[in-house]
Design a binder for this molecule. Structure first.
Ligand code: FAD
Length: 481
C-alpha cells in the first residue's frame, strides 16, 4: 500500500525545506522528494557559494588596497583559483548537510528520486537520472526510494534552471552557466558576461576583482535593469572605475567558438556591430522554471509564461496542489521562496492571521562591489503609477563611518508619497547595503511613516545613519550635508 502523508513537498530548496519544517512543527506528517541535492540551488549553486566566492574577492580587494590603510603587504597577492573554489564548494556542502540534519531533527522523511504528480493526492517517485555533483552529495542515509506515495496536500517547489538563448546555448566549456562559473578550473584571462541582472553582475564583479578582463553586455539601458536608474548609474561608474567594460543597449547576436575562446558579435545601439573575443563567456540571461515532467498537465495545473499560477497563499487552481518559490514566478529569490513556504503551510493548517505575500515588500540584494539593495518602488515606477512623490538622497561621502572604513562611494535614496508620507521605496548602493536594507523592510512592513523613521535613533557611527539622513533629506531637514 502507498505510504501516505499529510503533506508531500517536491523539491528541497529554500521553498521546499522551509515548507516541510514548518509543516512538521504544525504537527503534519511530511515528506520531501528530492532528485539531486538537498537544499536546492540556493545552497548548492546559488546564494551561498556565490557569496563565498565574493568574500574571496572582497578580501582580495582589501588586500590590494592595504596601502590605503597604512599597511605594507610583501609580495604579490594572487588568487589561487583551486583554493577559492574548494572553500566555496565546502561551504555549499556544509549547507546541504545542514538541511539533512534539520529534516532528521524535524522528523521529515526524505524520498530520493524524481517526483511526478499522477493525480491530486498522489505522487509517483522514480529513479533519478541526476547525480549529485561533487562534493555536494552524497545522498543522505535512510531515505525512502521509488514508489507511489499519497498525501492530502502537495506543494510543488521544483525551482528553476538557467535559461538559454537559441544559437548561444551554454556548452559547459566555452559558454558557461552559473554552474561552470561557480567552479572554474583556472582563471580565464578574459570573460564576456551576457546579461547584467544579479547573477551576471555578481560573477562579473568576482572575476574582475580577480584580475580578469571582463566585458558585460546588457540589452537594456542600465546595468541591473530592475534597480532604480540613479543607483544603477552610480554602481556602473564604480564597476567601470574598477576596469570592467560595460556595453548597454547592446545585444550578443552571434557567438563563434574556437578551440579555447569565443568571438561574439555584438549589435550596438547605434546600429554598428563590434566583435569581442574572450576566453570564456557566461550566459546570464535569466532562469526558467522547472515545470516540465512533474505531472502538471495530468492534473490541469494552470501555468502562465512558464510559471505555475498561484494566489497570495501558494494555492494553484487545483485543490490540494500548491506551488512556492521560483517555480511560482518572480521575484526569483530565496527569501521569497521561504516566505511563501511559511504562508502556504500555515494557510493549509488553517492558522488565523495568515497574510498573503506582498511582493512590493520583498527586498532585492546584489552582492557585487559595490553592493546594491532595494525594496519597493523605484522613482520611475512610482511616477509611472502617478504617485506624487518626494525623494531623499544621502551620500556615503558625508557619513563618518563610511569615510573611516574607506567606503565613501555610496548612496541611499528614499521615495515617499507626498500626500500620505508612506515609504514607497528605498534604494542603496555601497558597502554593506545588503545588510542595511532590512531597516527599510522592517519600516515598510510595520507601516512606519517618515516621522517614525525620523524619530528612530540610529547608532553612531554607523553607515545606517545614512538611512535616517536620506529620510530627513526628503523633507528638507538633512543635517550632515
Ligand atoms: C548564481 C545564483 C546566485 C543566487 N543568489 C541569490 C541570492 O544572493 N539571494 C537570493 O535570494 N537568491 C539568490 N539566487 C536565487 C535562489 O537560488 C533561488 O531563488 C532559490 O534557490 C529558489 O528556491 P526554490 O526552493 O524555489 O528552488 P530551488 O532552490 O531551485 O530548489 C528546487 C529543488 O527541487 C528539486 N527538484 C526539481 N524537480 C524535481 C522533481 N521532479 N523531483 C524531485 N526533486 C525535484 C531540485 O533538484 C532542487 O533541489 C541565486 C541563484 C543563482 C543561480
Amino acid at each position: 500500500m502507498a505510504q501516505s502523508y499529510d503533506l508531500i513537498v517536491i523539491g528541497s530548496g529554500p521553498g521546499g525545506y522551509i515548507a516541510a519544517i514548518r509543516a512538521s512543527q504544525l504537527g503534519m506528517k511530511v515528506a520531501v522528494v528530492e532528485r539531486e541535492h538537498l537544499a536546492g540551488i540556493c545552497s548548492n549553486w546559488g546564494c551561498i557559494p556565490t557569496k563565498a566566492l565574493l568574500r574571496s574577492a572582497d578580501v582580495m580587494h582589501t588586500a590590494t588596497h592595504a596601502k590605503d590603510y597604512g599597511l605594507t603587504l610583501e609580495g604579490t597577492i594572487k588568487p589561487d583559483v583551486k583554493a577559492i573554489v574548494f572553500r566555496s564548494r565546502g561551504i555549499a556542502h556544509r549547507m546541504n548537510n545542514g538541511v539533512g540534519f534539520l529534516f532528521k531533527k524535524n522528523k521529515v522523511d526524505i524520498i530520493w528520486g524524481e517526483a511526478k504528480i499522477t493525480k491530486p493526492g498522489e505522487v509517483v517517485v522514480s529513479k533519478t537520472a541526476k547525480k549529485p555533483v561533487e562534493p555536494v552529495g552524497p545522498i543522505p542515509k535512510n531515505t525512502l526510494g521509488e514508489g507511489t506515495y499519497t498525501a492530502k496536500h502537495i506543494i510543488v517547489a521544483t525551482g528553476a534552471r538557467p535559461r538559454a538563448l537559441p544559437g548561444i546555448e551554454p556548452d559547459g566549456k566555452l559558454i558557461w552557466t552559473y554552474f561552470e562559473a561557480m567552479k572554474p578550473e583556472e582563471m580565464p584571462k578574459s570573460l564576456l558576461v551576457m546579461g547584467s541582472g544579479a547573477i551576471g553582475i555578481e560573477f562579473a564583479s568576482f572575476y574582475r576583482t580577480m584580475g580578469v578582463e571582463v566585458t558585460v553586455v546588457e540589452i537594456m539601458s542600465q546595468v541591473m535593469p530592475v534597480e532604480d536608474a540613479e543607483i544603477s548609474a552610480l554602481a556602473r561608474k564604480q564597476f567601470e572605475r574598477q576596469g570592467m567594460k560595460i556595453l548597454l543597449e547592446a545585444k550578443v547576436a552571434k557567438v563563434e567558438k574556437a578551440a579555447n575562446s569565443i568571438t561574439a558579435t555584438i549589435e550596438l545601439k547605434d546600429g554598428k556591430t563590434q566583435q569581442i573575443t574572450a576566453d570564456r563567456m557566461i550566459s546570464a540571461v535569466g532562469v526558467q522554471a522547472n515545470i516540465e515532467g512533474i505531472g502538471l498537465e495530468a492534473v490541469d495545473v494552470k501555468t502562465d509564461r512558464g510559471f505555475i499560477v498561484i494566489d497570495g497563499y501558494g494555492k494553484t487552481n487545483v485543490p490540494g496542489i500548491y506551488a512556492i518559490g521560483d517555480v511560482a514566478g518572480p521575484p526569483l529569490l530565496a527569501h521569497k521562496a521561504e516566505h511563501e513556504a511559511v504562508i502556504c503551510v500555515e494557510k493549509i493548517a488553517g492558522l488565523p492571521n495568515v497574510h498573503p505575500t506582498d511582493k512590493l515588500k520583498i527586498p532585492g540584494c546584489t552582492y557585487c562591489n559595490p553592493q546594491v539593495a532595494s525594496v519597493g518602488l523605484t522613482e520611475a515606477k512610482a511616477k509611472e503609477q502617478g504617485r506624487d512623490i518626494r525623494v531623499g538622497r544621502f551620500s556615503f561621502a558625508a557619513n563618518g563611518k563610511a569615510v573611516a572604513l574607506g567606503e565613501s562611494q555610496g548612496m541611499v535614496k528614499t521615495i515617499f508619497d507626498k500626500q500620505t508620507d508612506e515609504l514607497l521605496g528605498a534604494h542603496m548602493v555601497g558597502a554593506e547595503v545588503t545588510e542595511l536594507i532590512q531597516g527599510f523592510v522592517v519600516a515598510m512592513t510595520a507601516g512606519a511613516s517618515s516621522i517614525d523613521l525620523m524619530h528612530t535613533i540610529f547608532p553612531h557611527p554607523t553607515i545606517s545613519e545614512t538611512i535616517k539622513e536620506s529620510v530627513l533629506d526628503a523633507y528638507g531637514r538633512v543635517l550632515n550635508s
